[in-house]
Ligand binder design. Structure first.
Ligand code: BGC
Length: 381
């Protein structure tokens, strides 16, 4: 009897010690980049760093050079912080034509335009061919390389504006762009885009954050699960320009209708995968709705259990699996941007729409307002 009481007491104390150890275990934290490394001038305009924070401790940093997401810190289920986007520590690291799009707003026309040309209202426009013979992400000095004006609206909201004059990088119209980033109490990063023009033009805006849900620089994304709510994609030629007619993903390695790891089929022999050197495709969103938006995708970090869902009013999602990343740059935590260490998931209109009459229109006329919203919602599994 005495012995069993002794064992019970010992058990009680050891459990108390274990639970005390667990609750006092130090949580991992991630420091946001320092503003002093961002203050300066690019193209004679002031550049800086801006911070947002929600009441749950989700934190983010942005720079007005390219209206970029520099860091996005979310917590896993144990309360450890992870920066889920790739970024740099200094504004000058972003001013690099070799790696131009990290975290940036891409436009005025995100993705590719075939042969750097399109016609609108009987007028032909010529753009810089910065991706083989095609134009990628608005040319050499698209929105990603512009210094935007910034206005901090509150602790959770930030507005960037930028004007492009008629003919900049070959596109028509004096245009005004407005992007608002907001952190909501539901752990969402909401990006709202607006644009106006004084001449008919084409607009396709997206954000080019590179995501790793295990945390920036924390290995490859090949074991992370992805689901894309799309039954079709737009097949491409060897220069990644759509051939025109959407096709079913069913029965192909591009099928992400059910969650699967990004690495599962990435090396399957398939001409489309060979063209992209991995995934680099526009998915035609099926239109499954949540909160009035198209559900675009759901991704889960295998080491952290962090879940990201993207909801959008856009018809497509470009999924790019970091196939061209090659240890060329050093990220903010000192790790290199190694092969497939992140994915870009870009809600947008279909590539090359200005030359593809069957795709949803990307034309914006004077008097109209381009408006679009995408929501990046974080939770834990
Ligand atoms: C494109 C890729 C390109 C990458 C550059 C993506 O949006 O789909 O082909 O290499 O941007 O960062």
């Amino acid at each position: 009897m005495k012995k069993s009481i002794f064992i019970l007491i010992a058990l009680f104390f050891s459990m108390a010690i274990i639970s005390c150890n667990q609750s006092s275990k130090k949580k991992d934290t991630v420091a946001l980049p320092d503003i002093s490394q961002f203050k300066g001038q690019i193209d004679g305009k002031d550049v800086s760093l801006f911070y947002l924070k929600n009441k749950n401790g989700m934190e983010a940093a942005f720079t007005n050079f390219g209206a970029r997401v520099v860091a996005l810190i979310v917590k896993d289920k144990d309360g450890n912080q992870h920066d889920v986007v790739l970024g740099f520590n200094k504004a000058t690291d972003y001013n690099n034509p070799e790696e131009p799009y990290y975290g940036a707003i891409v436009g005025p026309f995100a993705n590719r335009i075939a042969n750097g040309t399109f016609s609108l209202d009987g007028q032909t426009y010529h753009l810089p061919q910065n991706n083989g013979r095609n134009t990628l992400h608005g040319g050499l000095k698209g929105l990603h390389f512009q210094v935007w004006d910034a206005k901090q609206l509150s602790d959770t909201s930030l507005e960037f504006t930028c004007n492009l004059s008629d003919g900049t990088e070959g596109f028509p119209g004096n245009r005004q762009f407005n992007v608002t980033y907001t952190l909501t109490p539901n752990n969402e990063l909401v990006i709202h885009y607006e644009a106006t023009t004084d001449k008919p033009t084409v607009i396709n805006l997206s954000n080019h954050s590179y995501f790793n849900l295990n945390g920036e620089g924390n290995g490859t994304i090949l074991n992370q699960k992805l689901q894309i709510f799309a039954n079709q994609f737009t097949p491409v030629d060897s220069t990644l320009i759509p051939t025109g007619k959407p096709e079913d993903v069913k029965g192909t390695p591009l099928d992400f209708t059910q969650p699967k790891t990004i690495g599962k089929d990435i090396n399957v022999k398939y001409d489309q995968l060979a063209f992209g050197r991995g995934y680099d495709f526009n998915y035609v969103l099926s239109g499954e709705k949540e909160d009035g938006y198209n559900l675009a995708c759901k991704m889960t970090g295998d080491k952290t259990g962090i879940v990201m869902e993207i909801l959008t009013d856009q018809p497509g999602l470009q999924f790019y699996s970091g196939n061209f990343m090659a240890d060329r740059t050093t990220l903010s935590n000192g790790v290199k941007d190694s092969y497939r260490t992140a994915v870009a998931l870009e809600p947008q209109h279909f590539p090359d729409s200005p030359n593809q009459p069957d795709f949803p229109s990307t034309i914006l006329n004077p008097g109209e307002k381009y408006q679009s919203t995408s929501v990046y919602r974080f939770s834990n599994e």
